[in-house]
Design a binder for this molecule. Structure first.
Ligand SMILES: [Zn+2]
Length: 117
């Protein structure tokens, strides 16, 4: 069928395949090229450190930009009910939550594993 609209680009709403929102409203993590961040590609590691007698649980290798690291940190802090901070592309949470943090990251799609002692 040819007609009045022949030759005009068909305008399609571009939606995000992950959240189904329009691209302008999508807040899914993306890389610098605008490609969706795929947690399955990032084997995150969760380790534990002792600092002045207190444990810290540290997640690294998430492959997120800073803005998205902050969003994930906020999510993990509220899930664990503890404080935390972001430094050198690592998420640090207060207390010993290594196993729980591994599970929380797995729930986000990361093939996360505990590391260290
Ligand atoms: Zn999205």
């Amino acid at each position: 069928m040819s007609g009045l609209f022949a030759g005009t680009p068909l305008e399609q709403p571009v939606t995000c395949p992950r959240c189904n929102r329009r691209i302008g409203d999508c807040t899914c993590p993306r890389d610098d090229q605008g490609k969706l961040h795929d947690p399955a590609q990032w084997p995150a590691r969760v380790r534990r450190e002792k600092n002045r007698g207190k444990y810290l649980t540290i997640a690294s290798g998430l492959g997120l930009r800073e803005k998205d690291q902050k969003a994930l940190l906020a999510h993990l802090k509220s899930k664990l009910g503890v404080g935390g901070s972001l430094k050198d592309n690592e998420l640090t949470l207060q207390g010993d939550h290594r196993d729980t943090l591994v599970e929380l990251l797995k729930a986000q799609g990361y093939p996360a594993k505990p590391s260290g002692g």
